[in-house]
Design a protein around this ligand. Structure first.
Ligand SMILES: Cc1ncc(COP(=O)(O)O)c(C=O)c1O
Length: 252
């Protein structure tokens, strides 16, 4: 039988995100026309957007850039023109002061989190076991499989629950319980949160930014779905970034 390494074991363990993606795939290919796609990620094929992709692809083919796309290696840090355009866009929209050095392109938002988690936490050369701290759980089920040393890398804080009316509640960060420890390598959360749809308020985020920068610990905000891109967020939310933050975004 093939012998797996410890990391191999972690990479091949069955996780919640595998089940979720498999469910999604089966539903998409079930051929059931009456089926309502309310699954995780529920991709929306929006005709106007599909048309835009088509026109852009045709333009790439016409002007010869498609040949470069499929035939050339890209710059390992991401296409410089794309990074410049993104920096310009984010600075205009959000009033930030980014330079191309602030931006890294990865194969996706989840790949960025995987790389960051394992760069910062886990067993360290000084003998310490560093952790990624989630200030509000439940958070994204996909994080579970991203550690190359198992669950020991992650610690989550139970949320406070604020009743909005008799039947509705909102998760809030319980700052009384939130302890950033010497072994905390980074604090991380998704905003908006998948799957609960909770959006940590600007005020909570402000407090979190203060706490993390006082502790000298980076704050990772997984901004998939958040503003300004793609902005699938239905409550007012101000995009935030500073030198102590890592903001990941997704083009999915
Ligand atoms: C919390 C969270 N982060 C990131 C992503 C997107 O990641 P990717 O760009 O790898 O598709 C998703 C998509 O479902 C998500 O729910």
């Amino acid at each position: 039988m093939m012998q797996l390494s410890e990391i191999g074991g972690h990479l091949t363990a069955r996780t919640g995100i595998d089940d979720l993606m498999e469910d999604l795939f089966k539903a998409l290919h079930s051929g059931d026309v009456g089926l309502c796609q309310l699954n995780g990620g529920s991709p929306a094929v929006i005709p106007e957007v599909t048309e835009l992709w088509r026109r852009s692809m045709e333009e790439l083919v016409r002007n010869g850039k498609f040949d470069v796309l499929v035939g050339h290696y890209a710059h390992p840090g991401g296409d410089p023109a794309f990074i410049r355009a993104l920096v310009h866009f984010l600075n205009e929209r959000c009033g930030w002061n980014l330079t191309p050095e602030n931006v890294a392109i990865t194969q996706g938002g989840q790949m960025a989190c995987f790389t960051l988690f394992n760069m910062l936490a886990g067993p360290c050369p000084d003998g310490a076991m560093r952790e990624i701290l989630f200030p509000l759980c439940p958070d994204y089920v996909g994080y579970q499989s991203q550690s190359l040393c198992g669950g020991v890398m992650f610690r989550g804080i139970r949320p406070g629950i604020r009743m909005l009316d008799e039947h509705t509640f909102k998760y809030v960060i319980d700052f009384e319980r939130l302890d950033i420890r010497p072994e905390t390598a980074a604090v991380c959360m998704s905003r908006p949160t998948n799957p609960t749809g909770n959006v940590v308020t600007d005020e909570e985020l402000g407090l979190l930014r203060e706490m993390t920068s006082r502790a000298g610990v980076p704050l990772m905000i997984d901004n998939a779905y958040g503003p300004p891109l793609p902005n699938i967020c239905f409550v007012p939310v101000t995009p935030a970034w500073d030198e102590n933050m890592i903001l990941t975004m997704s083009l999915s």
